[in-house]
Ligand binder design. Sequence first.
Ligand code: OAD
Length: 254
Amino acid sequence: MHHPLEPHEISEEIERASQFLRNAERVVVLTGAGISAESGVPTFRGSGGLWHGHNIYDVATPEAFARDPKMVWEFYNFRREGLAQIKPNPGHYALVVLEQRFAKNCFTIVTQNIDGLHRAAGSRNIQELHGNLRRIKCSQCEFIEDRDLEPLPSLPKCPKCAALLRPDVVWFGETLPMAAWMASEQAASHCDCFLVVGTSAIVFPAAGLISHAKDHGAKIVEINMEQTQASSIADVGLYGPSGEILPKIVAHLS
Ligand code: OAD
């Protein structure tokens, strides 16, 4: 168990994290639901988690969609509606400022989140490993489209082939989007510093990027409310809200 850090210990750890970032030419930031928690998006596994009251296998698998597409769409339309009220928080904005310190394509955000808040904040180089709630795609043909937060019917149909549309998100048992995965793995192989922010680091293959980066020589900085599966390989651990810690790191750097 880690103990709550004293103020002087926090600043020492922030100094160490800042040092890694100052020395780095290339940086990757892996984000999870925790970075959006302060925007009001519930995390998956915390109390009051997103799946609370829903068995995940009832809403987030291809089998669930085949069995009961209306119920699956109800769930995703509910989440899409929720996004209209949600704004990026200081953690997202701190990453926008951090990106500006690095050369083009030398700073990559790899996110497991489907809320689009990194883009809304203004980050540029983002790989979305689990898709995006604002996009829909056809369950049969190649049709794919950004519908932003436009209200959708309870069973939307493909304008090309009339099959059912589905959210462009990755469900359990599905493979990750190939281009996003390859780019993320490539970035993790070449980065000098790898930040792990607000993820329980238990869902693979995304979580595997952390040890992959470590094996390729990156310093690992973890920012989370608590220790996780990634903590044992982290070079620095900052335990507290990312909406407070990330702005502190950025302020310390400038
Ligand atoms: P989890 O809900 O598993 O973990 C959220 C993490 O954020 C936890 O470790 C919390 O301690 C931490 N946390 C909560 N509030 C925080 C805050 N204010 N600041 C910093 N950290 C905070 O979410 P993910 O790790 O994102 O996949 O889950 C990974 C994947 O599991 C999701 O992308 C989703 C789910 O199944 C798919 O849907 C494919």
